[in-house]
Design a binder for this molecule. Structure first.
Ligand code: AMP
Length: 319
């Protein structure tokens, strides 16, 4: 079993009230892979430029993620994003987006990536997400993330790919923008009518909500006193969520799996925001993830099911 992810692999320039970084490893696929690699083998698909060094590639390959489908485009430059957060770390401004090597990227997946069990279409042009979706026909669970830019400039392609996935993971604001519905539950219901059977609305420091035909579930974010850089929190959440789903066969009670997946996504995202970029999740160990999930489960009175994570055995619930 394995997970394939396509999405941005980036250099980010970020300014938050706690400091700034002019050039740090980022990208939706990067943050996703760092989190999902706790659960299963991840294969990363996407292009990078000459400016992407071996040190960055090694971070992308953390916990055994496969980087053979990361194409180094000679003469090209890696995707670049510049953003700024104000004192409200929940909202940010994009100051610059340069697609660079993504502009002419044509994904050709290796057999291993094509044969994935679970696929995550992380944030990038919807046309590329669709091309990768087409190549992974056997995937039993396909999830997708996007953002306001693509809703604005590539809406038709985005709707086309949304109709071909099982799960949509978006910020609540983006879900409203996508559907034109100000009410989150009715926005999610509308998307459920387009094809997906699972909707996750990320709500920043307020947590995340899960909406399916079977019902509604929500978890608050793990309460942190210090948030340094929220960049990548959404993708890290997705890595935990999708990673947990990947570890459970299709026959397992889906509702319960999804609720647990929310807890793992929430815990992993909380580590991500404690440091800049990939720093925290790269250095993270399984025991710390496990204890944060347990703590989250305790204070939300949520009866969670532990899973074995890369690097440490799982505890048995109730031990
Ligand atoms: P998140 O904070 O989880 O929403 O994701 C942040 C990451 O998304 C950053 O590391 C950026 O490199 C990446 N990103 C920003 N804008 C875009 C875009 N238009 N397409 C793809 N990835 C993007």
């Amino acid at each position: 079993m394995s997970i394939t992810v396509v999405g941005s692999i980036a250099f980010d320039a970020v300014e938050t009230p706690f400091g700034r970084r002019e050039r740090m490893l980022g990208g939706a696929a990067t943050h996703f892979a760092l989190a999902a690699s706790f659960f299963d083998r991840v294969n990363v698909v996407g292009p990078v430029g000459d400016d992407f060094g071996d040190a960055e590639m090694a971070i992308l390959g953390t916990r055994g993620s496969g980087v053979d489908d990361v194409e180094r485009v000679s003469g090209g430059r890696t995707f670049f994003w510049r953003g700024r957060y104000g004192s409200d770390l929940n909202s940010r401004e994009t100051l610059d987006t340069r697609l660079n090597v993504f502009e002419s990227f044509q994904p050709k997946l290796s057999q291993e990536s094509q044969e994935c069990d679970v696929l995550f279409l992380a944030n990038i042009q919807p046309a590329l997400q669709l091309e990768v979706r087409e190549q992974c026909r056997r995937a039993r669970f396909v999830a997708l993330d996007s953002m306001n830019l693509w809703i604005d400039i590539a809406r038709d392609a985005l709707l086309e790919v949304i109709a071909r996935v099982d799960c949509l993971i978006l910020n609540d604001e983006e879900l409203r923008q996508l559907t034109g519905k100000p009410n989150l539950v009715s926005a999610a219901r509308q998307v459920l009518g387009w094809g997906p059977r699972v909707i996750v609305a990320k709500q920043g420091e307020y947590g995340a909500a899960l909406i399916t035909d079977a019902g509604f579930f929500a978890l608050p974010a793990y309460p942190l006193e210090t948030v340094v850089d929220p960049t990548g929190a959404g993708d890290t959440f997705a890595g935990g969520f999708v990673g947990y789903v990947a570890r459970h066969p299709a026959a397992t009670a889906m509702d319960r799996v999804l609720r647990n997946a929310m807890a793992y996504g929430t815990a992993l995202a909380s580590f991500n925001v404690e440091q800049f970029g990939t720093e925290a999740v790269h250095a993270l160990d399984a025991a710390a993830v496990r204890s944060r999930v347990e703590e989250l489960a305790r204070f939300t009175r949520f009866d969670h099911d532990a899973v074995e994570l890369a690097g440490a055995p799982a505890s048995v619930v109730g031990e």
